[in-house]
Design a protein. Sequence first.
Length: 271
Amino acid sequence: MAIYAIGDAQGCLQPLLQLLEKIEFDARRDRLWLVGDLVNRGPESLPLLRYVRGLGDAASIVLGNHDLHLLGVVAGIRPLSESDTLAEILAAPDHDELIAWLRTRPLAHHEAGWLMVHAGVLPAWSLADTLRLAGELEAMLRSSDWRERMADIFGSHPNAWSEALSGTERLRVITNVLTRMRYLAPDASLEFHHKGPQAPPPYRPWFELPGRRTAQTNIVFGHWSALGLVQRPHLLALDTGCLWGGRLSAARLDDGRIFQVDCPVFRAVKR
């Protein structure tokens, strides 16, 4: 059995199928990990969602910011934007089943010596902290009043974590760390304005702050297409910008081998 982790697909089903063919993926034998952002901006969000759900236990995913945006739209607290490609999901006859499946997916997945998250892990969080705090958000999404509570998780304030946080502020910071984080200030507060591969001092990528408690934990993540493929000891970044005409990337976790397919331009990069 091999575990293949794949970067952000964002509704780009055909490149995903080409990549699975390239790695000779067999759902009876192998396991597929997807680092979040299954949907939105690409042209095939509905069939991609159906395909991944149809893989059953052969596929493990974590939710990304675009997946949470879809849940927010369904809950009636997020408007559709011009760049969204979610209308087909909202109108699908199996809409209820797909949304029920999506909102019961985790925010962090740990197995076979690897931790998978969409965006990252705060330096102060251990592996156990990450799974525990992800579980708090997962419990909300799986609750009977999840629609009413979705408004709690969107927004950029507060932008710093404290174990003393509670209620809306606590869930919001957990959400932003796991699904939106890229750069941090020296005090580990989140910086949301810069998305490129570099930011002006004093900001640094979350995984480069000193004293990170998960520095010896194998972490695979996506979310950061401008960063691209990064392979470092205990760290693997897999969003290689398929949506923007880059590539869709897979990593075989047991040996680190990378597989890629080229993607057509589904969305032009904003300059």
